[in-house]
Design a protein around this ligand. Structure first.
Ligand code: XBP
Ligand code: MG
Length: 255
């Protein structure tokens, strides 16, 4: 039985990665650096999950190290702190909307007693800013669990953040569905044994989504059920169906 839906954040709740990119670049300028990540370079850098890890990886590509490890770590931490402040502020000013169907699904799931969680690589302030700016001041109360950022040892594609969300929900993976937008996120969710639906985003379209229970342009496009009164209920009905069929085929595969 479906008891909870676990959402990724960046790319899944909202198509945020370009705002992250702009904020990284602003942090570089503010810190007196001439670095600039254009869209195509950022697409490549996104293979490294986590903003701090992404900056550290980029520094490693710049040639022989001019910094000691301690100096590099300090620079990474400073740049990321500045970037996070820029990002929070832009999101608080209303720069992002939720992707089509997300708000409707959240409302329908809550009305139906389905619990909601977040499992993301992003830092907690980014999640809080996005949820409040898009779902209102009471947004955090809509989610039973927000698992984010450095709260686990390994970021996606490791399963850790999903395992942590499941532990906090006190639910087995078989009772939940994950919604993701990226190859790395899908790998993390599948490694945690979750049935996973993928809604590719601007930066992840074209990635390998094998292992997904369903790949669909947007959640809204799941709602093809004419027999339900509104779109959120239609999306939820489709997700229940995908969950049920996937669990049955996993059980048959195992027997
Ligand atoms: C997306 C990411 C994040 C953001 C930046 O992961 O990789 O690192 O690009 O956020 P997800 P931070 O889709 O799992 O949210 O700078 O706060 O790390
Ligand atoms: Mg994502």
């Amino acid at each position: 039985m479906l008891n909870a839906i676990i959402f990724d954040v960046d790319g899944t709740l909202a198509d945020t990665e370009n705002v992250h990119r702009v904020c990284f670049n602003r942090a570089f300028v503010t810190s007196g650096l001439s670095w600039h990540w254009d869209k195509s370079q950022y697409g490549e850098l996104l293979k490294v999950t986590g903003g701090k890890e992404r900056i550290a990886h980029y520094i490693g590509t710049l040639g022989p190290a001019a910094l000691t490890a301690a100096q590099r770590d300090e620079l990474v931490a400073t740049l990321h702190r500045v970037k996070t402040r820029f990002y929070e502020r832009i999101i608080q000013q209303g720069a992002m909307r939720l992707r089509p169907g997300v708000a409707a699904l959240i409302a329908a799931a809550r009305a139906d007693g389905i619990r909601l969680a977040v499992a993301t690589t992003t830092s907690p302030p980014n999640v809080v800013a996005l949820l409040k700016a898009t779902l209102g001041p009471d947004a955090l109360a809509m989610f039973d669990v927000i698992a984010a950022g450095d709260s686990v040892a390994r970021k996606k594609p490791a399963p850790d953040i999903y395992v942590s969300a499941l532990e906090q929900l006190s639910l087995p993976a078989s009772d939940c569905v994950a919604i993701e937008d990226s190859h790395n996120g899908l790998r993390a969710a599948v490694a945690a044994d979750l049935v996973t639906i993928v809604t590719p985003s601007t930066y992840t379209a074209g990635e390998d989504f094998s292992g997904a229970a369903r790949v669909v342009d947007s959640l809204e496009n799941l709602s093809t059920c004419g027999d339900v009164p509104e779109i959120g209920a239609g999306i939820l009905k489709a997700i229940r169906g995908i969950h049920f069929r996937s669990r049955v085929s996993i059980l048959h595969g195992a027997s």
